[in-house]
Design a protein around this ligand. Structure first.
Ligand code: G3H
Length: 526
């Protein structure tokens, strides 16, 4: 074990959060308890919970969690007040917001994004401190989200169609579903939430956003931008325990749409209390177990590079991360040597230092990663990289497990963290079968050079996953590409254009051909 790396892990935590981010800590402490309902930003005075950073601070040799804010643990009545505000703003489709033209709503959203940009430093710093993502990646996430919003409003004008067939003409427009509940994830609390929230708003829906338990703070500095840009009640933010605040909203039967990013278990549990599941529109990004299949003739140097980044960017806490690597037996030992050497070279540090590996959200996550490693090791796998699985509080150094097999939890469970299992195959039909039989079906990466071999895998997997990456890692972007999954990995599809279609439904003004001009004029109203 490298003593240098071990010592870095042992001494990774600072004695203080750097001064340059104290302004964000102050904002968190000051504003964390605020919430936005019906156009009013007010402080919560009920039950609260503490928000800690994954970054611990070393106080006289003792590591302590660093407190960032208090956050509201709202009650049922407040959650229902948020729903009521959204419901009234929608007013069965006759509210100000759903009645606005696309151009008017575009204007409001452009105003929001102008104000959002002014909060970049605070949003970035709060996200970095709350979820432990590197500063560079939080900045990228912020900028990608701004670009997504700007491209969304630019695309909205292209949604109208005029049809004419067999003597009938029709103006086809898109109208909102109605009142929506939106729940985003901890790992991309800004981007993933906003890539459903903004298109839903743009199409005229009114929304209640329930912030994630970890990652709720970065939205707080944007409440005022929303308040200033949108009519009262169009957007409302709530926080708290899901059973207390989400279940009553779902149970009310007043939701027309539900957008969710997170685990399928939670998604299913929430839907159980929905009295109208058939008529409620659903959109979800759920778990995945994206695999890399490394063919015998793969270029090892570039494959190792893509796999390290694909498996371990943001500590592997991405739904698109490579969560299992299948390597052909003829190159397995060579690949694993190169892969584990590359993993051992990853830098560890604090999110503001922009290292490769940062602390994971909490001790419970670190414990779960250790359990997955122990389970695999107990069943015959080895941790093959230096310091693999070495942990210090929330800092967990990635563990490369080799060889793994289907008796181990890590073979099929989504780890969502820095544990990277490698399985060996003799015939590529083995991994093809395993992926087809998996509960999940988001993406796959194929690494190889012989086109015929790659084509065989593409044919074997084209109905098992939703994106097949050739000699590159799995990823969501670019944002014009459809992002979805099969089986338990997703419900419906997102992209800049798809999201606008998903969060709306077609409405046609139609008549016979002789009324074509009237249809065009009335079509402008929808
Ligand atoms: O966690 C899921 C994200 O949507 C992944 O996005 O591939 O751009 O990191 P990414």
């Amino acid at each position: 074990m490298s003593l240098e790396l071990k010592s870095k892990i042992e001494n990774v935590f600072p004695t203080e959060i750097p001064k340059e981010f104290q302004f964000a800590v102050a904002r968190g402490m000051m504003e964390g308890l605020h919430y936005l309902i019906n156009g009013e930003i007010v402080p919560w005075s009920g039950e609260t919970c503490e928000v800690f950073s994954p970054v611990c601070v070393n106080r006289d040799g003792k590591l302590e969690p660093f407190k960032l804010a208090d956050s509201p643990m709202m009650d049922e009545a407040t959650a229902l007040r948020a729903l009521d505000a959204a419901d009234k703003a929608y007013d069965e489709g006759r509210g100000v917001w759903p009645q606005m033209s696309l151009e008017q709503r575009t204007g409001c959203i452009k105003n929001f994004v102008r104000l959002m940009k002014q909060e970049r430093d605070t949003v970035v710093a709060l996200e970095m401190l709350e979820i432990g993502k590197t500063k560079k990646d939080c900045e990228k996430e912020f900028d990608r989200t701004v670009e997504y919003i700007e491209r969304t409003v630019d695309t909205m004008g292209d949604l109208k169609k005029y049809l004419s067939e067999a003597g009938t003409v029709g103006s086809v427009a898109r109208q909102p579903h109605g009142t929506m509940l939106c729940m985003g994830p901890f790992n991309y609390p800004l981007n993933e939430t906003f890539t459903v929230l903004i298109p839903a708003l743009a199409m005229g829906n009114t929304v209640v956003v329930k912030g994630p338990k970890m990652g709720m703070l970065c939205s707080v500095p944007l409440y005022d931008a929303f308040r200033q840009s949108l009519p009262d009640g169009v957007i409302n933010f709530i926080n708290g325990d899901g059973r207390t605040v989400v279940t009553p909203i779902m149970k009310s039967g007043k939701l027309d749409a539900f957008a969710f990013i997170g685990g399928s278990g939670t998604y299913d549990a929430i839907l159980k209390s929905c009295p109208n599941p058939r008529s409620m529109y659903k959109n979800a990004g759920l778990e995945a177990k994206n695999a890399a299949i490394i063919l015998p003739d793969a270029d090892l140097e570039s494959t190792v590079k893509e796999c390290v980044s694909g498996a371990l960017s943001f500590n592997g806490q991405r739904c698109t991360a490579l969560k299992i690597l299948y390597v052909h037996e003829s190159i397995a030992d060579d690949f694993v040597k190169k892969y584990s050497e590359a993993v051992s070279k990853l830098s560890v540090g604090m999110p503001w230092e922009n290292p490769n590996i940062t602390p994971v959200p909490d001790l419970a996550s670190a414990k779960r990663f250790k359990e997955l490693v122990d389970d695999a090791v107990g069943k015959g796998a080895k941790v093959v990289n230096e310091c693999g699985g070495v942990a210090n509080q929330t800092m967990f150094f990635p563990a490369v497990l080799y060889p793994v097999n289907d008796s181990m939890r890590i073979y099929r469970e989504e780890q969502f963290g820095p544990v990277s299992p490698v399985a060996v195959y003799s015939s590529v039909d083995g991994p093809i079968d395993a992926i087809n039989n998996s509960r999940y079906g988001q993406q796959v990466s194929i690494f190889g050079t012989h086109e015929g071999e790659i084509a065989h895998v593409v044919r074997g997997l084209k109905n098992a996953v939703s994106r097949i990456n050739i000699n590159t890692q799995c990823m969501r972007g670019p944002d014009s590409f459809p992002f979805t999954g099969r089986k338990d990995s997703a419900v419906e599809t997102l992209s800049i254009t798809d999201a606008l279609l998903e969060f709306s439904r077609p409405v046609v003004v139609a008549s016979s051909e002789k009324n074509a001009e009237l249809v065009k004029r009335l079509g402008e109203l929808v």
